[in-house]
Design a binder for this molecule. Structure first.
Ligand SMILES: C[S@@+](CC[C@H](N)C(=O)[O-])C[C@H]1O[C@@H](n2cnc3c(N)ncnc32)[C@H](O)[C@@H]1O
Length: 221
C-alpha cells in the first residue's frame, strides 16, 4: 500500500498527519518491521517472568505492546508504554498503560524487560550514552533490554552500499522516489543514527539489515 503521508519539511512525530499515517508508512519504509517486531516478542517470552515489569520506550501507536500482549496477559505483567508525542499517543492501540512523557527524563522502576524500538536515533546525541547506562543499570537480574535502531555506517564504499540498500528496499516496497528523498532531507538534524560504541560491550546483535541493527542486552553481572 502506498503511504499518503505528507512529509513535513522538518520531521516531527508531533503531527496529526504523521501519526495518522505512521503504521502504513513505517511498513513501506522498513520491509523487515514486522519480522523484527516478532523477534522482540520472542525475546519477551524468554525474559519476562510472572508478575514482571516491562516498558515500551517510544511506543508510537503501540506496535511492541501489541506484539507482547499474549505474554503480558499470561504472566500478569505490569506494562508501561512511554511516548512523548500527544498526536501519536492519541492513536495508541496497545495494552495499558500509556504515559505521555520524555523517555530520557522518565523515572523508571527496575524492570525485567524493556524495548527501545527505533527510538534512540531520535534522542538528543548528548543524552544517549548516559540514558543507555541508566537503562542497563535498571535491568533486573535475569532480565533484558532490547534495542533496534539505525546505526552510523562505516566509512568507505561498504557504508555507501549499506545506505543505498535502505533506499532500494523502500523503492521495492512501492515508496515514490520523490517521497524517499523528501523524507531523507526532512530527517536532517532530528534522526541521527546511533554510534554502536555507545552500547555496552555485552550487547549481542540478533538482527541486521543494512543500517538497522537489533541488540539484546542482559543485566550487568
Ligand atoms: C519510529 S517511532 C518508534 C516506533 C515504535 N516503537 C514501533 O514499534 O512502531 C519513534 C517514536 O519515538 C517517540 N519519541 C522520540 N523521542 C522521544 C522521547 N524523548 N521520549 C518519548 N518518546 C519519544 C516519537 O514520538 C515516535 O513516536
Amino acid at each position: 500500500m502506498k503511504s499518503s503521508l505528507e512529509i513535513p519539511k522538518h520531521w516531527t512525530f508531533r503531527s496529526r498527519n504523521v501519526a495518522t499515517h505512521f503504521d502504513e508508512h513505517v511498513r513501506e519504509s522498513l520491509p523487515w518491521y514486522d519480522l523484527a517486531t516478532n523477534a522482540v516478542a520472542h525475546f519477551g517470552r524468554h525474559y519476562i517472568p510472572n508478575g514482571g515489569r516491562v516498558y515500551d520506550i517510544g511506543a508510537s501507536t503501540g506496535n511492541i505492546g501489541r506484539a507482547l500482549e499474549d505474554t503480558l496477559k499470561q504472566r500478569q505483567v505490569r506494562f508501561t508504554a512511554i511516548e512523548e508525542s500527544h498526536e501519536m499517543a492519541d492513536l495508541y492501540q496497545g495494552p495499558p498503560e500509556l504515559i505521555i512523557a520524555d523517555a530520557v527524563s522518565f523515572d523508571y522502576e527496575p524492570f525485567d524487560f524493556a524495548v527501545c524500538f527505533l527510538v534512540l536515533m531520535f534522542l538528543p546525541i548528548d543524552t544517549r550514552a548516559s540514558f543507555l547506562r541508566r537503562l542497563q543499570g535498571l535491568i533486573k537480574s535475569g532480565g533484558a533490554l532490547v534495542i533496534v535502531d539505525k546505526v552510523q555506517m562505516p566509512g568507505g564504499y561498504v557504508g555507501t552500499a549499506f545506505a543505498r540498500l535502505t533506499m532500494q528496499q523502500k523503492l521495492v516496497m512501492g515508496a515514490k522516489p520523490d517521497a524517499i528523498l523528501a523524507k531523507e532531507l526532512s530527517l536532517a538534524g532530528y534522526q541521527r543514527p546511533l554510534d554502536p560504541r555507545s552500547l555496552p560491550k555485552s550487547a549481542r546483535a540478533f538482527f541486521q539489515v543494512g543500517e538497522f541493527v537489533g541488540w539484546i542486552i542482559e543485566a550487568r553481572q
